[in-house]
Ligand binder design. Structure first.
Ligand SMILES: [Zn+2]
Length: 337
């Protein structure tokens, strides 16, 4: 019976060691100590042949049973360590998160392209504040206080005589005030009008204005620069049409149409069957504006033009609802690469 007690003693000691093992390496050491070539259980099994024949069967069975118990205990302990590994916060088998590449907003793309075209013709770029006062937004641009054109532009007024600029033309005054001719500048930026939001109009939009002031500037120079811009921006073979119009800060004033991009002038839904698309306003800078910035209006003349960026983007990308440009729906914006 002492042989059986001995085996049981080894077994209990080994099971305690397995339970206390803190790592797979410690389990391996227990395995070697009890079941290895020189292990305690192995020694008992090897010694069976030296036992009296009547004990061999009983001791042999007990030793084998102890070996099986230990093997099972080692297997489940090893699984426990593998389980810990799987529960770790890092699962190296998961697919990675795809990094999405951003793209420029269609409005930014159109502004960049317009600026690039005028930059190539020697214009520099100037920017001004979005919050203006009445003088820069209206008065200096020849809108007298009771001028009906003020009603054409529904203005967001702020406290203290300030307002959100209704066009980027005030930048023209700021640039002319602080420079001497020749001045050749374009002014891209945001503008604001208190308009009902619809598929065709929004309360915020973008404009690019441009102007040139020097000695001897004529309407012919204006036409030349606009024809060059339209052919560069919209493509060769385009026809332009100048129609008389009215703006307080230019005299004479004109609106410019281009032949329809879709039907080339035959008439379609885009051009409302007229064959023409209105794209910008322009004119010769009014002598009153020249005087307001301290220029000699007898000596200097200049032209100015302005275009709405949203209208150009709608035409260029065939977008039918202006609101899409401001909703920032990533599924919409991602289309413009
Ligand atoms: Zn058309």
């Amino acid at each position: 019976m002492s042989g059986l007690d001995h085996i049981d003693g080894i077994l209990q000691e080994a099971l305690t060691a397995i339970e206390g093992a803190r790592s797979p390496q410690e389990l391996e050491a227990v395995d070697v100590k009890y079941l290895g070539r020189r292990g305690a259980i192995t020694a008992v099994l090897k010694g069976i042949k030296d036992l009296p024949p009547e004990s061999r069967k009983v001791v042999g069975a007990a030793a084998n049973q102890a070996r099986l118990r230990l093997e099972e205990a080692l297997i489940s302990a090893r699984q426990k360590f593998e389980g810990v590994k799987q529960d770790s916060p890092f699962d190296y088998t998961l697919p990675g998160i795809k990094q999405r590449q951003g793209s420029l907003h269609p409005i930014t793309r159109v502004i960049d392209r317009i600026c690039q075209s005028f930059y190539g013709m020697g214009f520099s770029i100037a920017r001004g504040p979005d919050i203006e006062n009445d003088y820069y937004n209206f008065e200096a641009l020849n809108f007298p206080p009771d001028h009906p054109a003020r009603d054409m532009q529904d203005t967001f007024y702020l406290d203290g005589g300030l307002l959100l600029r209704t066009h980027t033309t005030p930048v023209q005054i700021r640039v002319l005030e602080s420079n001497k001719p020749p001045v050749k500048v374009i002014t891209p930026g945001k503008t604001y009008r208190n308009e009902a939001i619809s598929t065709r109009s929004y309360c915020v939009f973008h404009q690019v204005d441009g102007f040139l002031v020097d000695e001897g500037i004529t309407m012919g120079d204006l036409k030349g620069v606009l024809v060059a811009f339209c052919r560069d921006f919209y493509g060769e073979g385009l026809k332009l049409r100048f129609r008389p119009s009215f703006f307080p800060f230019t005299e004479p004033s004109a609106e410019v149409d281009i032949s329809c991009l879709l039907c080339k002038g035959k008439g379609c839904q885009l051009c409302k069957y007229e064959g023409w698309l209105e794209i910008l306003g322009c004119g010769m800078i009014d002598p009153n504006v020249m005087r307001n910035v301290g220029y000699d209006s007898e000596k200097y003349t200049g032209y100015a033009f302005g275009m709405g960026v949203e209208r150009i983007a709608l035409l260029k990308y065939r977008i039918t609802d202006i609101r899409l440009l401001y909703e920032n729906d990533i599924r919409f914006i991602r289309q413009f690469h």
